[in-house]
Design a protein around this ligand. Structure first.
Ligand code: HEC
Length: 120
């Protein structure tokens, strides 16, 4: 028997690879659901992020306290906010340093600075 299963398997995987890549590209290229007007942010939809990820603890898009403090009108400086988002706080807030790059955290800081009380 000269059958080499390893190389057979390898060939199968390399045949599948473009397919896998194409699938993941398609998924990531799908635009976020546009229930709210698109955020000015180029990279991430921060309001959407607050609706899904941060809103658990920072209520009403960050306008109100939840399990975490209100973010609107924060007196913290950018470095503090960046550090908190990156590293979280043990027992209080998860770290998002592996989730967002610096440019994305910049967008989040911009969003927090621009927060206004809900109209109506
Ligand atoms: C599991 C709850 C939880 C989640 C989810 C969460 N946070 Fe927090 N966050 C907290 C708590 C609690 C604090 C206060 C920590 C402390 O004691 O300093 C905090 C503090 C902060 C602060 C500093 C505010 C201040 O005045 O001290 C910022 C900014 C912040 N969070 C942003 C975010 C962002 C952005 C997200 C989503 C990507 C997020 N948080 C997700 C719980 C959470």
């Amino acid at each position: 028997m000269k059958l080499n299963w390893n190389s057979l398997l390898n060939r199968k995987i390399s045949a599948l690879l473009p397919l896998i890549l194409a699938t993941s590209l398609t998924v990531s290229a799908t635009p976020a659901r546009a229930e709210q007007p698109a955020a000015p942010a180029g990279q991430i939809d921060v309001p959407q992020l607050f609706a899904t990820t941060c809103g658990w603890c920072h209520s009403d898009g960050g306008r109100a306290a939840g399990k975490g403090p209100q973010l609107m009108d924060t007196k913290r400086d950018d470095d503090f906010i960046r550090n908190r988002i990156k590293n979280g706080k043990s027992g209080a807030m998860p770290a998002f340093g592996a989730t967002f790059d610096d440019a994305q955290i910049d967008e989040i800081i911009k969003y927090i600075r621009a927060l206004k009380p809900d109209q109506g």
